[in-house]
Design a binder for this molecule. Structure first.
Ligand SMILES: Cc1cc2nc3c(=O)[nH]c(=O)nc-3n(C[C@H](O)[C@H](O)[C@H](O)COP(=O)(O)O)c2cc1C
Length: 313
């Protein structure tokens, strides 16, 4: 997710779940090819498994970007066919590609030929006046014919003309049933459902009808739920929250030594203790002090004292 799932956020999330697949922010294929690669693509080995999401609609550029990503060690390439922003539309990628399923399939085929890791699609069910019953099935059919086997479907249309990207995440109604039906029709494909999933109970319900769930906003608004994912869905070990936070605090300290600023590093933690004693003080302390010039690790440790001391009391 743009402005959220940078490498630090992913490192943090990885301390909470060792199994869930994590995704980068969308990175435009041309930026991968011509831009500052280490800054755009660099990640910590601890983040695995991690998917790079690409934006683009030019098969050759996407194939080249996918090759570069493979050299960086990503586990999956995901193509964005869901973002509704004007900037993305003017670049002819994101959700507007729902209208060009042949081109999406061509892009997917080019990337699949370029790399050996899985190449997947994140899409909407349709855009504007499309009939989602047709647009979703057509996109999936064409991509499947190009060899794609995994799809994450944000189960609502995007209105490209008239709604802001923010409205497009809430206003058009969700149609989970359509996603479930497509899964039933194509049992051999792996279909993940996305959109409006806020709790692990809801995730469990979706898993009765789909192969996986993708969490967006819940992962940063309420990251604590990630700490239960391994036990609940992967038969994994329980996560000790204090240990997870200590490991992340060490990461923050290392980054500060390398010249990073504190605020972007603590951003993914802000919602961590929501609803728990001390949460407001934790959040307020970080919001107030982490933005100051020269803010150091002490600011995070002081903020943690509000929640840790209270929990022990
Ligand atoms: C701040 C923000 C940034 C996002 N950036 C991306 C992105 O880069 N790529 C993408 O496929 N979806 C992006 N999305 C959409 C989410 O992946 C997701 O499809 C959408 O928010 C619905 O899921 P949710 O209700 O679980 O949040 C973004 C959403 C938000 C709120």
């Amino acid at each position: 997710m743009m402005d959220w799932t940078d490498r630090h956020c992913r490192f943090f999330h990885r301390q909470l779940t060792s199994r869930a697949l994590l995704y980068t922010e969308m990175v435009v294929a041309d930026a991968v090819i011509h831009g500052a690669r280490e800054r755009l693509l660099g990640f910590d080995a601890a983040e695995h498994p991690v998917a790079l999401q690409l934006g683009g609609s030019e098969p050759r550029a996407l194939a080249e970007a996918a090759r570069i990503a493979e050299d960086f060690g990503y586990d999956e390439i995901n193509l964005n066919v869901g973002c509704p922003s004007d900037r993305v539309q003017s670049g002819r990628f994101g959700a507007c590609l729902m209208r060009e399923p042949e081109l999406v399939a061509e892009c997917m085929a080019a990337m699949r030929n370029a790399v050996s890791m899985p190449v997947t699609v994140k899409c909407r069910i349709g855009v504007d006046d499309q009939d989602p019953e047709k647009s979703l099935r057509t996109l999936i059919a064409m991509c499947a014919a190009a060899g794609v086997t995994r799809f994450a479907v944000h189960a609502r249309k995007a209105w490209l003309d008239g709604l802001s990207p923010k409205e497009n995440r809430d206003v058009p109604p969700l149609d989970y049933e359509l996603v479930y039906r497509v899964k039933r029709e194509r049992p051999q494909l792996t279909i993940l459902v996305n959109g409006g999933i806020e709790t692990l109970e809801q995730a469990e319900e979706h898993l009765r009808h789909a192969d996986g769930v993708m969490l967006g906003r819940a992962a940063y608004q309420n990251p604590i739920l990630l700490a239960e994912v391994d036990v609940r869905f992967f038969d994994g070990a329980p996560v000790d929250l204090d240990t997870a936070i200590d490991v992340y605090a060490e990461h923050v300290e290392r980054q500060l030594h390398q010249g990073a600023r504190l605020h972007p590093l603590i951003k993914p933690m802000l919602g961590l203790y929501n609803g728990r004693p001390g949460a407001r003080l934790f959040r307020r302390h970080l919001s107030e002090y982490a933005v100051r010039d020269g803010a150091g690790i002490a600011v995070l440790r002081e903020a943690l004292d509000f929640v840790r001391v209270r929990r022990a009391a």
